[in-house]
Design a protein around this ligand. Structure first.
Ligand code: DHB
Ligand code: FE
Length: 278
């Protein structure tokens, strides 16, 4: 049977791709941020999953505002990255696992999560940058990857409670897959940031630190907030933090904290890393 070994959550700041591509990860500005990934990298190397499921939000690359699914699962055997600006070279394509994806889709729909299934899906910085930070930038990726996109871009956005429930359904879907594979789930985005309007540049360190603590120990805490309340505290783009709850929900309640790290500001964001082991 498939085994879910644990989960990793991380911010997915686009400037991270730029810093990696330009060899700036050890500069004074970036060093502490990238150092925060080292224990996560070590854990991931030891866990050696066959497949990662990456819960992220698309930022207008694959889905534009004319058609925005609330939850969309990649059901392909290949996912390509595309240029998002700065003239950055897209990273190598990611190998998927369509058979596993279709199992997940079937199980999620049975559990009343009527997701959109995508046999073609381009992946953006929300998917790519945490993988680059955790594995390095490689010609051939050592793991298969499945995208699960959650809409945090165009309202109405799903609630934190719904994301936690999606995670729980995903945990059941993984556990019922008959193949002997090792799986790790990533949740990307957040923590606090706002990129536009009068509050552009907003970061709330206290809220971010509380989110990291509570998502690990008491994820129901976050489900008490409405999306408006989360955005009031964490900024409009800080709503991306709800994707950490999908990762959390997939794991056991008593999952063990392996690592947590926080660094702010980096680019426009309060950036966090959390590793939980099942
Ligand atoms: C930044 C963070 C994001 O999550 C994003 O999608 C775009 C920009 C930033 O911090 O600059
Ligand atoms: Fe983002």
């Amino acid at each position: 049977m498939a085994r879910l070994l644990g989960g990793v959550t991380s911010s997915h700041i686009p400037a991270v791709g730029n810093a990696i591509a330009n060899g700036q990860t050890q500069t004074p500005y970036w060093k502490r941020f990238f150092d925060g990934y080292e224990p996560a990298k070590a854990w991931l190397k030891k866990a050696a999953p066959d497949v990662i499921i990456v819960v992220y939000n698309d930022h207008g690359l694959n889905f534009f505002l004319d058609k925005v699914p609330t939850f969309a699962l990649g059901c392909a055997d290949i996912y390509e990255n595309a240029d998002e600006g700065w003239g950055l070279k897209p990273v190598s394509p990611f190998q998927g696992d369509a058979e596993f994806s279709w199992h997940l889709a079937e199980s999620l729909v049975e559990q009343e999560f009527d997701i959109c299934t995508c046999q073609e899906m381009k992946v953006d910085h929300g998917f790519v940058n945490p993988i680059r930070a955790l594995y390095g930038t490689l010609e051939k990726w050592p793991v298969k990857a499945i995208p699960l996109a959650v809409n945090t871009v165009q309202h109405p956005v799903p609630t934190a409670a719904r994301c936690l429930k999606l995670g729980r359904a995903l945990g059941k879907a993984i556990a019922s897959y008959p193949e002997d594979i090792k799986v790790v789930i990533f949740g990307t985005g957040g923590l606090s940031h706002q990129l536009q309007g009068e509050r552009a540049g907003l970061i709330d360190v206290d809220f971010d630190l509380e989110c990291i603590e509570k998502i690990a120990a008491e994820p129901e805490w976050m489900t008490r907030f409405s999306n408006s309340e989360i955005m009031a505290r964490a900024g409009t783009e800080g709503i991306e933090t709800i994707m950490w709850l999908v990762m959390r929900g997939a794991l056991r309640d008593d999952a063990k904290v392996i690592h947590k790290h926080y660094h702010a500001p980096i680019s426009n964001t309060g950036a966090g890393v959390l590793v939980l082991e099942n």
